[in-house]
Ligand binder design. Structure first.
Ligand code: ADP
Ligand code: MG
Ligand code: MG
Length: 252
């Protein structure tokens, strides 16, 4: 089992404090969902975990199996097993999707232990079939001219091929129609298991109808203010966030 542990994390953007002490612990074999109103710092948390340079960690810790993630460069974080949907460049001129994927997989492997071309192609074919992706998506240039839905599906393809220990999926459901949402969910559910944990950030409970989370957290004003099981997401869908604000005495 691996653990991603965030303790009292404070993050500022351009000198303004956005995260004000986030505590969160995720194990492999668990799917956590973070919900919360707009602008409460959910995406900031995702970016801080992945080491986006604009997000300054002013205090607190992020540890992956006891290793200090904050000391790692972005590529080291990926190598250590963290994956953020959208962490990869939106377009790379002249690099096909398949080439990109193969080098991303090999970047996590030691020299001399690269994935064989045959194995790569077999896995790529099978995964694209599962995600109901058109074959020619593999040979197209990365993200060039991909529709919104194709990009999202491609992010799940990347995740499934790279096989991270922890995936951070920020609004993976946004802009997907119901059929695409089901397919993307199928891919994420297929990853569930011993060697994999996920943090799904979403506005809507809809995604959680297809991927049942083990834990649900509510983020408000830069903190995780409430945690519960899948039923918490249902209550939020039905009743919104006001009852939590009242319970905790939070003012808008
Ligand atoms: P959420 O994902 O919960 O909607 P965000 O993490 O995107 O919230 O944003 C939290 C706050 O940080 C907002 O007030 C937003 O305006 C601000 N913020 C986020 N990213 C940036 C940025 N790159 N530059 C300046 N302010 C930002
Ligand atoms: Mg937002
Ligand atoms: Mg966001």
């Amino acid at each position: 089992m691996a653990t991603l542990e965030i303790k009292d994390l404070h993050v500022a953007i351009e000198g303004k404090e956005i995260l004000k002490g986030v505590n969160l612990s995720i194990n492999t074999n668990e799917i956590h969902a973070i919900m919360g109103p707009n602008g409460t710092g959910k995406s900031t948390l995702a970016s801080a975990i992945m080491g986006h340079p604009k997000y300054e960690v002013t205090s607190g810790t992020i540890k992956l199996d006891g290793e200090d993630v904050l000391e790692m460069e972005v590529d080291e974080r990926a190598k250590a097993g963290l994956f953020l949907a959208m962490q990869y460049p939106s377009e790379i001129a002249g690099v096909t999707n398949a080439d990109f994927l193969r080098s991303a997989i090999n970047a996590r492997r030691d020299e001399g232990n690269e994935i064989s071309l045959m194995k790569f192609i077999r896995e790529l074919d099978a995964t694209m079939e599962l995600l109901e992706m058109d074959e020619q998506m593999a040979t197209r240039y990365l993200n060039e001219g991909f529709s919104g839905g194709e990009k999202k599906r491609n992010e799940i393809l990347q995740m499934m091929m790279i096989k991270p220990t922890f995936a951070i999926l920020d609004e993976i459901d946004s802009g997907l129609d119901i059929d695409a949402l089901k397919i993307v969910s199928k891919g994420i559910n297929k990853m569930r298991g011993e060697g994999f944990g996920a943090l799904m950030i979403t506005h809507y409970q809809r995604l959680l109808n297809y991927i049942e989370p083990d834990h649900v957290h509510v983020m408000m004003q830069g903190k995780v203010v409430k945690s519960g099981g899948a039923d918490l997401a249902q209550k939020l869908e039905a009743e919104g966030y006001d009852w939590i604000k009242e319970e905790l005495g939070i003012e808008d």
